[in-house]
Design a protein. Structure first.
Lengths: 206, 206
DNA sequence: TAGATTGTTAATCGATTAACAATC
DNA sequence: TAGATTGTTAATCGATTAACAATC
């Protein structure tokens, strides 16, 4: 099982992880492939197939133990540790991200919020104080940060990306609509809800 | 060309749409499949293949006209009109979404922000005033809304979904971590940046 | 002409699905 | 035993990629 997962399998396992995390919070002790399918829109046979490639985690006639399956998938995805991330942008979106419980639930800790606007520096967001962008290099080194989240307007996004790259970040989540130019060893995930929406509308209208 | 696109093709065309929109804003008149590939991480051959299924849009040795290709893809995805959407939640995330230029750029108009918290009702967010959730049915009917965005804490998310469904929404974008139970004719897109991040980390660490 | 890039073919690989025996 | 659900097979379909002629 030391082989690298394909992109598709890893993406699907991540979705199962999300459903299982919530199902556990709702007190569900067992879950069937059919139930996971309803929440993810992934075919139930596909789910059983994905899982059975790593072991026999389920019980026929019963389903999967929520807790046990969660642990197995975490092991497969190697996502059991704590990860520190840096957030660039102390505006509305930055505040929303920094305060969201979504990250903590999965072992992800927003270690710092930075901004290049002197008016924002020093403001408090939840437990954090906004730091000047100049401190990013030091913070990233100290806190072992390789993931950065960009929550600034499109016209500042490339500057934010450059600062992150300069500080050693290898994974960037871009919540602006800007296209970012980055070196080959840096991965960018751009989130664009408007485009996702057009995609969803296509299937509704077609 | 009246046939329905496969899920994969529609998803990729949406990504091209995003890149082309930004490339046009940056004043780029022409773009090659290789350039689109660098921004989307989709194989350049795949891109040419996807496009050539609908016509010969490019010029050999030159590339594609940004403007022209944008129009072609919009036609294929049938996303040329204006769409009104309703946003539930007037907190930090809701404000960020309502104020974001990302939607307007693609013809999507946040027509109303609603909240069940009396303290939030009446507050202004950009051009909008937060309305009580009770007004959703009427607003949805008047503004022809079938898309709803949920930007409330997880423990209110199902209530928000129920209100949207009751008002006739068929597509729901869920920015909480909650799992939503909805009728079969309603599509839910749940965004969970933490899970996306674990997925990205897997490939970085592996 | 030389260089660049599209459009297309052909081959391979992974995803998807139906069906069903195994078994709880 | 009866019902439910997993694990697995087999068949199909779409995605991916390399290669390259066409052509701007």
């Amino acid at each position: 099982m030391t082989e690298r997962l394909t992109v598709g399998v890893a993406a699907r396992l991540s979705r199962y992880l999300q459903v299982l995390t919530q199902a556990r919070k709702m007190g569900k002790e067992r879950i069937s492939s059919q139930e996971i399918s309803e929440y993810t829109n992934i075919n139930a046979t596909q789910i059983r197939r994905d899982l059975s490639a790593f072991g026999r985690f389920g019980k026929r006639g019963v389903g999967y133990r929520t807790d046990g399956l969660l642990d197995e998938i975490r092991q497969i995805l190697r996502t059991q540790g704590q990860h520190n991330i840096a957030l660039i942008g102390g505006g509305r979106l930055g505040s929303a991200i920094a305060s969201s419980p979504i990250f903590a639930e999965h072992g992800i800790h927003v270690a710092a919020v930075l901004d290049n606007d002197p008016d924002k520096v020093g403001q408090r967001i939840g437990d954090l104080t906004v730091s000047p962008i100049e401190e990013l290099v030091e913070i990233a080194r100290e806190r072992n940060i390789i993931v950065g989240v960009i929550a600034v307007p499109a016209d500042s996004a490339q500057d934010a990306a450059d600062a992150l790259i300069n500080a050693g970040a290898k994974i960037i989540f871009n919540y602006s609509e800007a296209l970012l130019d980055v070196p080959a060893d840096v991965t960018v995930h751009t989130s664009n809800p408007a485009v996702d929406l057009l995609y969803a509308l296509y299937f509704h209208l077609a």
